[in-house]
Design a protein around this ligand. Structure first.
Ligand code: NAP
Length: 280
C-alpha cells in the first residue's frame, strides 16, 4: 500500500482566495488590513520565514510591517513594542517571531499582544480560552492540522489521535482543537515511554517534535493518517519533516508531504486570521 498524499497546497490556495476577497472588501470600506511582525533575532531561518510572510501578505492585499528590535532587545523593549502595536488602530494582527534573546520568555511577552490582535494565538489568554472551549485565535499551525484533516475528509469524532509534541504553539493547541472535534487525544512528548506503542494504536498521528525521522513505520498502524508538522532544515538547504516518509508511506493510509503539507496552510491561515481581526 502507498499512502494517499494529503497536500496542503490546494487548501492554502482556497484560503488565500477568500482572504484576498475579505481584504479587498475591507479596503473598499476604508480599512487597509495590516499585520505587524515583531522580530528580535538575527536568526537566518527566522528572517526567511518573516520574508515569506511579508510576500504572502502582499499577494492577498495585506500590509506587513516588520518591527525589528535587534538581537539584543530587552524583554521590556519587546513588551513595549507589543503594547504600542496593540494600541495602534492601524494594526490588526500582531505576531512575535521566535527565537527571542536569552532571558526573554515568549509566552510571558506575548501576554502584551492585545487578545483581539493575537492572530497566531501566542497570548496565553488565547490558549486558555481554547482549552476552555471559548472563541480565540488558535496558533495557525495547530489550526492548519485540523483544517488539512477536514479538507481531506478525515473523520475525527471518536477516533484516537496521538499528538507528538506539547509545545504551546503546536502540540497543546492542536490537542485542544482535536478534543473539541471529539477525538480521543493522547499527547506524547520527550519523556513518553514507548512512543511507538502509543502512536501505533492511533487512527491519526500528528508529528510535531522537530526531530527528523522520529516517526518510522513501526510507529504507525496500517491505514492510519499521518500529519507531519515538522520542518527540519537539511544540510543541502532542503526541508524534511518528523516522519520517515519513504517507509511510513508504505504502511500509512494517508500522509502529508513536507514541504507542501501543513506549512502552506499555516501561512494562509495566519493571514486569514488577520482579516478576521480586522473585521468589525
Ligand atoms: P518545540 O517547542 O521544540 O517542541 C517540540 C516538542 O516535541 C516538545 O514537546 C518535546 O517534548 C517533543 N519531543 C522532542 N523530542 C521528542 C521525542 N524524541 N519523542 C517525543 N516527543 C519529543 O517545537 P515546536 O515549536 O512545537 O515545533 C515542532 C516542529 O514543528 C518543528 O519541526 C517546527 O519547525 C515545526 N513547525 C512547523 C510549522 C509549520 O508551519 N509547518 C510551524 C511551527 C512549527 P518535551 O516537551 O518533553 O521537550
Amino acid at each position: 500500500m502507498t499512502a494517499v498524499v494529503l497536500s496542503g497546497r490546494e487548501l492554502a490556495a482556497a484560503i488565500r482566495t477568500e482572504t484576498a476577497e475579505r481584504a479587498a472588501a475591507l479596503a473598499a470600506a476604508g480599512t487597509t488590513v495590516k499585520l505587524a511582525v515583531v522580530v528580535a533575532t538575527a536568526d537566518e531561518s527566522s528572517a526567511w520565514y518573516v520574508r515569506s510572510i511579508a510576500k504572502a501578505a502582499a499577494k492577498v492585499g495585506i500590509g506587513c510591517d516588520v518591527v525589528d528590535l535587534g538581537a539584543d532587545a530587552t524583554p521590556d523593549a519587546i513588551r513595549a513594542a507589543l503594547a504600542g502595536l496593540s494600541a495602534d488602530g492601524a494594526v490588526h494582527g500582531i505576531i512575535l517571531q521566535t527565537p527571542l534573546p536569552a532571558g526573554a520568555v515568549p509566552e510571558e511577552l506575548a501576554g502584551a499582544i492585545a487578545f483581539g490582535k493575537d492572530v497566531d494565538g501566542a497570548n496565553p489568554l488565547s490558549l486558555g480560552r481554547l482549552a476552555a472551549g471559548l472563541p480565540a485565535f488558535a496558533p495557525a499551525t495547530a489550526a492548519a492540522v485540523v483544517a488539512i484533516l477536514d479538507h481531506h475528509g478525515i473523520e475525527l469524532t471518536g477516533r484516537h489521535v496521538a499528538v507528538v509534541g506539547r509545545s504551546t504553539v503546536v502540540g497543546k493547541p492542536a490537542a485542544h482543537l482535536l478534543l473539541d472535534r471529539n477525538a480521543t487525544v493522547t499527547v506524547c512528548h520527550s519523556r513518553t515511554k514507548d512512543l511507538a506503542a502509543i502512536t501505533a494504536s492511533a487512527d491519526v498521528v500528528v508529528a510535531a517534535a522537530g526531530r527528523p525521522g522520529l516517526i518510522t513505520a513501526a510507529h504507525v498502524a496500517p491505514g492510519a493518517t499521518v500529519i507531519d508538522v515538522g520542518t527540519n532544515p537539511t544540510e543541502d538547504g532542503g526541508l524534511v519533516g518528523d516522519v520517515a516518509a519513504d517507509e511510513v508511506a508504505q504502511i500509512a493510509g494517508a500522509l502529508t508531504p513536507v514541504p507542501g503539507g501543513v506549512g502552506p496552510v499555516t501561512t494562509a491561515l495566519l493571514l486569514h486570521h488577520t482579516t478576521s481581526a480586522a473585521t468589525p
